[in-house]
Design a protein around this ligand. Structure first.
Ligand SMILES: Nc1ncnc2c1ncn2[C@@H]1O[C@H](COP(=O)(O)OP(=O)(O)OP(=O)(O)O)[C@@H](O)[C@H]1O
Length: 131
């Protein structure tokens, strides 16, 4: 026999939370459809995961690779959001709008360079061992 819910009032909050996850997922899908950079990240992520299995990365290596991949995805999504908001509030030319876009793009660049360094440090020795 099913038990009565001891916290019936919490249901709406939980459903709202689930809906938020849904909206977040929709946001990722929408950005993926519209942003070529994100499509490139998606392909790169598949390649990196494949290489990770091929080289039998350790748990620590997987953790670092996951952080690097997640960092780039996260920053690219935030950059996409910044671009959308800037286009909304400042469709005309404005130096601040340009700066906001450039700084957001700079954040992606910094994260991508860091991810590249992590990738070289982790995969470099594995590739070197094959030579
Ligand atoms: N409203 C604006 N006012 C001033 N400068 C802008 C404005 N919109 C864009 N710019 C400048 O043009 C550059 C490119 O803008 P754009 O919107 O094409 O971004 P993007 O990074 O090329 O976007 P995408 O990722 O879609 O290719 C910005 O980085 C910024 O320097």
């Amino acid at each position: 026999m099913s038990q009565p819910n001891p916290h019936p009032r919490r249901f709406p909050a939980l459903m709202r939370r689930a809906a938020s996850f849904g909206y977040a997922f929709q946001g990722v899908v929408a950005a993926l459809r519209s942003e070529v950079h994100l499509q490139f990240h998606a392909i790169s992520t598949v390649v990196v995961i494949g290489l990770g299995f091929y080289f039998r990365l350790s748990w620590l290596e997987w953790a670092l690779v996951s952080l690097a991949v997640g960092l780039v995805w996260g920053l690219e999504l935030v950059n996409t959001a910044v671009e959308a908001v800037v286009n909304l509030v400042s469709p005309e030319y404005h130096p601040l709008a340009g700066r906001a876009k450039d700084v957001a793009a700079g954040a992606v660049l910094v994260g991508a360079v860091a991810a590249l360094v992590v990738g070289l440090l982790i995969f470099g020795p594995h590739v070197w061992a094959l030579l």
